[in-house]
Design a protein around this ligand. Structure first.
Ligand code: NI
Length: 230
C-alpha cells in the first residue's frame, strides 16, 4: 500500500526546518547506502546524528506521533531517526531496494524496514525532476508532493529518484518497523480502521451504527492481537 499523508508539518515548521537544514553540513549521500545502492546513489545528506538532523528529526517524529492517519497506516513499532537529503545539478538515485535491516546509529538497536517514508520540504515548482518513482505489483507510481507532505510505501518496492535538472529537492527520509510486518495484513487493518471512523463520522446519532462500530472495533483489535508483534 502506498499512501500520502498531507500536512505532517505545517508551513512554519517547514520554513524553520529549511532554515536549519540550509545551515547544516552536507556530505556525500553514499555514506548510508548499502553496497548495491551506493553505485546508483548520487546526492548529498546531512551526516547521521548531526545536531540539526536530530533537531528537525525530533520535530518530524513528534508530529508523526500525533498523526492519526500515519499511526493507522503504519502501525509503527520503531521509527528510524529521520535522515535528510538534497538533490540538485542533475543528481539522482537509480532504481534500488532499501536495506532490510538498519542499525540505529549510536545504539545497539536494529530495525526491520517494513515501510519507507519520504517527507518533502521544497515546493514542486522550485525544482524540475526529482520525482520518487516506485514500482510495485500494481505498476509504476510517481510522487512529488507539496512541502510538509509525506509518502509512505512498502520498503519491498523497487524505487528511484529522477534526476533533478533545475533547483534543489530537499527531503527527509526514514523507515518504519511496523507492528504488522505483512503489507497485505496492514492494509486490511487500515481499511477496517478507516471504515469504522467513517461510520462514526457519517452516522453519529444512530444507535445501530454505534453498535456496528463497536463490533467492527472488536474485529479490528482481535485481528491486531493475532498479527501484531510488539
Ligand atoms: Ni531508497
Amino acid at each position: 500500500m502506498l499512501i500520502t499523508i498531507p500536512d505532517v508539518l505545517n508551513s512554519e515548521q517547514v520554513a524553520e526546518a529549511r532554515k536549519l537544514l540550509d545551515a547544516a553540513e552536507w556530505v556525500d549521500g553514499r555514506v548510508t547506502a548499502g553496497h548495491q545502492s551506493a553505485r546508483a546513489k548520487d546526492n548529498l545528506q546531512v551526516p547521521e546524528g548531526h545536531p540539526i538532523a536530530r533537531q528537525v528529526g525530533a520535530t518530524i517524529l513528534q508530529a508523526l506521533g500525533k498523526n492519526l492517519l500515519f499511526l493507522s497506516a503504519a502501525l509503527p513499532l520503531h521509527v528510524f531517526p529521520p535522515l535528510f537529503n538534497r538533490y540538485s545539478g542533475g543528481q539522482s538515485f537509480g532504481t534500488h531496494v532499501d536495506n532490510s535491516i538498519r542499525q540505529i546509529p549510536g545504539t545497539p538497536h536494529r530495525i526491520r524496514t517494513d515501510l519507507s517514508a519520504t517527507l518533502f520540504f521544497a515546493a514542486p515548482d522550485e525544482y524540475d525532476g526529482g520525482e520518487l518513482v516506485m514500482e510495485d505489483t500494481y505498476g509504476v507510481k510517481s510522487v512529488k508532493l507539496p512541502p510538509g507532505h509525506l509518502v509512505l510505501y512498502p520498503s519491498t518496492s523497487l524505487h528511484r529518484v529522477n534526476p533533478v535538472t533545475r533547483g534543489a529537492r530537499l527531503c527527509a527520509f526514514f523507515w518504519v518497523q511496523s507492528m504488522v510486518r505483512d503489507d497485505g495484513k496492514r492494509s486490511l487493518l487500515f481499511d477496517l480502521d478507516q471504515g469504522i471512523q467513517r461510520l462514526g463520522r457519517d452516522l453519529p446519532e444512530q444507535p445501530a451504527a454505534a453498535q456496528t462500530a463497536v463490533q467492527l472495533t472488536g474485529v479490528y483489535h482481535n485481528l491486531l492481537r493475532q498479527w501484531a508483534e510488539v
